[in-house]
Design a protein around this ligand. Structure first.
Ligand SMILES: Nc1ncnc2c1ncn2[C@@H]1O[C@H](COP(=O)(O)OP(=O)(O)OP(=O)(O)O)[C@@H](O)[C@H]1O
Length: 234
């Protein structure tokens, strides 16, 4: 479970995130939408411990990120907009390396191949150098790491921007599978359509504040678009 309690971040005199209260339960996907500069990535970075909060707390499974950065990171998996892999290594070798960094116990090639296969990477691709991977293939290596790690929480920051519609749909179905396996998922996106489709709840952010939290089941795609435009235009 991910929890923000009055989470606040100032950069100098600029308040990038203003007293955010948010809970993402296990088995839930919360999507954060908002215009550029709304504070979405700042939120993710506070959960990752990349930034120190100016006030409030970011908690992972009840653990304050600031007081236990290592323990909280162990439970998390982060998929950024661009997953950086070592181009000279194969997909499998990359996963072996990142699995070691993440402290995953079963780093046997057989297990990690199984994780890559579950993430939808073709068998032949696993042994090819990652330099030739498409963005969709790179994102699959990220999800494979989440599977290997049995991550309790996923933090996704615009993970499908630039992916073609089919690769984007594939990626989102992998995220849904992680949710069904009990992960708490926080996803930053500009894709209103996908947010409504895969999100349990959708948060609309503007100028550092969470303006609205909507149950995805209660709203159509066009209603969401109207609400979004209304909130961003205020
Ligand atoms: N390291 C930093 N130093 C100074 N200001 C920052 C820093 N990081 C973010 N900001 C500012 O904080 C505000 C929120 O930025 P953030 O990256 O969280 O927005 P965002 O909602 O993720 O936007 P986008 O959709 O463009 O990714 C912006 O005004 C940004 O300029």
């Amino acid at each position: 479970m991910l929890e923000a309690v009055a989470l606040t971040k100032d950069f100098g005199t600029h308040r990038a995130l203003d007293a955010l209260d948010l809970r993402v339960e296990a088995g839930e996907i919360v999507c954060l939408l908002g215009a550029n500069g709304a504070g979405k990535t700042t939120t993710i970075n506070l959960f990752l411990g990349f930034l120190e909060p100016s006030a409030g707390e970011a908690r992972v499974d009840g653990v304050d990120v600031r007081s236990d950065p290592v323990g909280s990171k162990r439970k998390l998996l982060y998929v950024p907009e661009q997953i950086a892999l070592f181009g000279e290594l194969t997909g499998l070798e990359n996963l072996i390396y990142f699995a070691a960094l993440s402290g995953i116990c079963d780093r046997s090639p057989a297990n990690l191949r199984r994780c890559l296969a579950q993430a939808g990477l073709a068998d032949a691709a696993m042994d090819r150098r990652a330099a030739g991977y498409s963005k969709g293939m790179r994102q699959k290596v990220g999800i494979a790491l989440a599977i290997a790690k049995q991550a309790r929480a996923l933090l996704l920051d615009e993970p499908t921007s630039g992916l073609d519609p089919q690769a984007s749909a594939e990626f989102h179905s992998l995220v849904v599978r992680q949710r069904d396996a009990g992960a708490a998922v926080l996803m930053v996106t500009h894709d209103l359509f996908r947010a409504r489709e895969v999100g349990t709840r959708i948060g609309l952010m503007r100028e550092g504040r969470l303006r609205r939290m909507i149950d995805a089941a209660d709203i159509t795609a066009s209603e969401l678009e109207s609400l979004y435009l209304e909130e961003m235009g205020r």
